[in-house]
Design a protein around this ligand. Sequence first.
Ligand code: FAD
Length: 305
Amino acid sequence: RSAFIALSRNAALRTFSERSQLGRRMSSRFVAGMTLDEVVHAAEALQRLGIASTLDSLGENVTTPNEARHSADIYHRLLDAIQTRPTMNANVSVKLTQMGMDLDPGLAEEIVSGLVDHAVAANTFVRVDMEGSEYTKATIDMVRRLHAKPGNRGHVGIVIQAYLHRSQEDIRTLTGDGIRIRLCKGAYKEPSNLAFPEKKDVDANFVKLTHQLLTSGIYHGIATHDEDMISATRKFVRENNIDPKTFEFQMLYGIRRDLQKSLVHDGYNTRVYVPFGTEWYPYFMRRLAERPANALFIAKSLLKQ
Ligand code: FAD
């Protein structure tokens, strides 16, 4: 896992991979395409299976304000695409470092605020993804400010990572404001004073936090491919007479498609996070880090082509 996470930050390998045809073919397992048309097409295909989507234009840690504004333009085009397809159940996810957070947090906030205004007009929703722990507090503070603006309630949400020790407290604060949360385990490398190092502890916290979310009266997303986490959620919902329509399961594009379909079949709201764009490399490497066997799987499927 650590090796793939380290490789995800390797600039030379990133440039080489993103430009090569082979790299693009490899990434297509987890990335819906390079263009906006391709991602809309993927969302429409999911919708035909009864699955909603979250559209994500790949990119993170931009280094100039122009790059940040360019990233925002793509999101405005995505929101336009959603607005002109009122029957499509889609929203968007953004990363603050893609909106200039490392350069100027004020710029990032201005940009995301503009996206939330657009989402309000399009009657959809902006989810701010959670990145490494150096951004946790700033992300929470910004989402709370944006959510508190008149008209924005229910149109902007956040992600909480079950591997962080602080998450229970953060959920208390955010649900107190009525903010919608996506709960995931967490995809970055964190020190043990901030995050549980052992999978069993992350899993136990995930279950505990799921209970906290499902009893909050707010529509949240439970984002996992872990069958144990999904079974625990289903059991809790059954035993506590929670309406399955008051939350959704979320998974990533290309991962456990069988499970996605079976959740829909069993009547659960299900949403898939659909990333697209040329800057796929760090995202792709984090997916390999979660399941190194994926590297072998992808290599085999390329050899078969
Ligand atoms: P794991 O314990 O990692 O895996 C359980 C099982 O799921 C594995 O045994 C395997 O069968 C399957 N599985 C898991 N990952 C893969 C994979 N890559 N390929 C194939 N099978 C796999 N993380 C963040 O830090 N910030 C975010 O904003 C964020 N947003 C996310 C949004 C969504 C919709 C989802 C689903 C995940 C998101 N993540 C995010 C990633 C998340 O934190 C985990 O790294 C990732 O979901 C793997 O954890 P898991 O719950 O699936 O369980």
